[in-house]
Design a protein around this ligand. Structure first.
Ligand code: ADP
Ligand code: MG
Length: 198
């Protein structure tokens, strides 16, 4: 069973990986966006870690709702509201249970992804974060490690895709041949989850 402490450690591990990879995320975003994805994610996850450390939420759902709120309020780019919606909706779907199973987490994240699709109007194959989130969540059925691998593969598989949503879509054909920054950061969230589960 996964308790609130596990979710706080997940957010801290995500912030650590985002910090470590911030330059790379920004580099990817400079090729097909506006070169701010690394700093957006850094600012957002630093705020998440500060918030949950200052007022540790009592339940897994409350950790994710608080994290989502912080991302929405601190990240200016498209990714803030999208990641914020993902975590907030996932947290709401976990309700007030003090502990949740991996299967419940998976169902919660699936609800979060549905909300991201609704908000952003994208679907898998559009070269967005969804291309790492969807396979990651699917593979959570097997294990946390499988989810990390599947989301990483999903991020790599965005390279040949044509961007259909977000800033990268303004480039049309020129978006082909570059890895999507948001899919890359989504894979970090699953890597952090696998790290904490180990
Ligand atoms: P911005 O594009 O506003 O500068 P970021 O650089 O922080 O925001 O995030 C860009 C990432 O957001 C993209 O790489 C993509 O993965 C994701 N993204 C953008 N628009 C959408 C959308 N409509 N649906 C899902 N993900 C999106
Ligand atoms: Mg950007």
């Amino acid at each position: 069973m996964l308790d609130a402490g596990f979710f706080v450690r997940w957010m801290a591990a995500a912030a650590g990986l985002v910090d470590r990879e911030a330059e790379r995320l920004t580099e990817l975003d400079s090729a097909i966006g506006d070169a701010d994805h690394g700093s957006n994610m850094q600012r957002g996850f630093a705020a998440v870690v500060r918030t949950v450390a200052a007022q540790p939420p009592a339940t897994p759902g409350a950790v994710l709702v608080a994290a989502g709120r912080q991302l929405i309020s601190t990240v200016g780019g498209a990714s803030g509201p999208l990641y914020g919606t993902l975590l907030r909706r996932a947290g709401k779907s976990l309700g007030e249970a003090p502990q949740v199973t991996a299967a419940q987490l998976r169902a919660g994240l699936a609800a979060g992804v549905a909300a991201v699709e609704e908000l952003g109007g994208a679907t898998t194959g559009d070269k967005t974060m969804l291309d790492a989130l969807v396979p990651g969540i699917e593979a959570l059925e097997t294990s946390f490690d499988a989810a990390a691998t599947a989301s990483e593969e999903g991020a790599l598989a965005t390279v040949p895709l044509l961007a259909r949503k977000g800033r990268a879509s303004y480039l049309g054909e020129r978006s082909i041949g570059h890895q999507d920054p948001g899919a890359t950061s989504s894979a970090l969230l699953f890597a952090a989850l696998a790290e904490v589960a180990r």
